[in-house]
Design a protein around this ligand. Structure first.
Ligand SMILES: Cc1cc2nc3c(=O)[nH]c(=O)nc-3n(C[C@H](O)[C@H](O)[C@H](O)COP(=O)(O)O)c2cc1C
Length: 279
């Protein structure tokens, strides 16, 4: 993006990248924050360079500035830089090379153990603790915090990629990081400087009418919108020599067979063992 280009031109260029040239939504307000959000892309190759001093603390301040349910702040994060721990976490996350490669790996925890310790110290039974709602609140809080950190990182010229495969083996993550009962690594996040040559094209999304409904759910035009997006993603895949060609195929591959979730089908039982009864 040419930063000296006029705002209108930057806006339509950013929207065309996000949706493809045929699905650009109506023009609206614009500024550099929105420009940054629209330029997001996950990066899966990192230079070994360490982050400037204080970067971690800045990212966490951004994370802690996210909204949090009832201000309970039911999340924690573990910053991992030790190569041996990163190597083990990479193994536990379907051997994703970038987990080892990135200089900073953040493990985001849904964490109600702090609240439990508070209840224990005050001799109060926290009746809400065992319910699914409590885990959901903690997982949502962790996701909102992490996404603020992602935006902050990208604003500093850093790159990131979330690692959901961290949930393939939550018990191994617990063991590696010494997690207490009532905390679980819900996803990881690689942070660092993109390696040269790593693909950095914005990945198009479904067009807005496929996800934005007005007043009531649904759009009768969905099959056509999906077909158009399939075409857009097939083009994207060809440009990046990726194996799965369309979005529909990708969703079917990801959701059509239990094997695609690599152990995560057992999460309910594992969560119970980790101190989330999920009543
Ligand atoms: C919760 C979550 C978990 C993810 N897990 C992984 C992962 O384990 N490995 C990976 O390479 N990308 C992972 N991603 C990144 C997505 O694949 C990526 O966001 C998506 O393909 C859209 O691409 P973009 O982020 O470049 O726009 C994850 C994203 C999210 C939000």
């Amino acid at each position: 993006m040419n930063i000296s280009a006029p705002p209108e031109q930057m806006k339509s260029a950013a929207l065309a990248k996000r949706y493809g040239p045929d699905a650009v939504p109506a023009a609206g307000p614009w500024n550099e924050h929105i420009e940054l959000l629209l330029s997001h892309r996950s990066i899966r190759g990192y230079r070994p360079d360490e982050l400037p001093e204080g970067t971690l603390e800045t990212l966490i301040a951004a994370a802690q500035s996210a909204a949090t349910s009832s201000n309970m702040q039911s999340w924690s994060v573990i910053a991992v830089t030790d190569p041996a721990t990163k190597a083990e976490l990479a193994k536990a996350s379907n051997n994703q090379r970038h987990v080892e490669e990135c200089p900073l790996f953040l493990v985001w925890l849904a964490d109600v153990s702090r609240n439990q310790r508070l209840g224990d110290e005050e001799n109060v039974e926290l009746e809400v603790m065992p319910y699914l709602e409590t885990f959901l609140v903690a997982a949502i809080d962790a996701a909102l915090a992490a996404q603020n950190a992602v935006v902050a990182a990208e604003s500093l010229g850093l790159s990131t990629v979330y690692i959901g495969s961290l949930r393939n083996d939550p018990m191994r993550v617990k063991e590696l990081l010494g997690l207490p009962a009532g905390s679980m690594g819900v996803f990881g996040l690689c942070v660092g400087y993109a390696a040269p040559g790593v693909t950095n094209e914005v990945k198009p999304r479904l067009s807005q009418p496929a996800v934005l409904y007005h007043e009531k759910y649904g759009n009768p035009d969905e099959p056509r919108l999906r077909a158009a997006y399939d075409e857009e993603m097939a083009e994207f895949s060809r440009r990046h020599e990726m194996t799965q060609s369309t979005w529909s195929e990708r969703v079917i591959n990801r959701m059509g067979a239990i094997s695609a979730i690599a152990g995560r089908e057992n999460l309910t039982q594992i969560l119970r063992e980790m101190g989330f009864p999920l009543r």
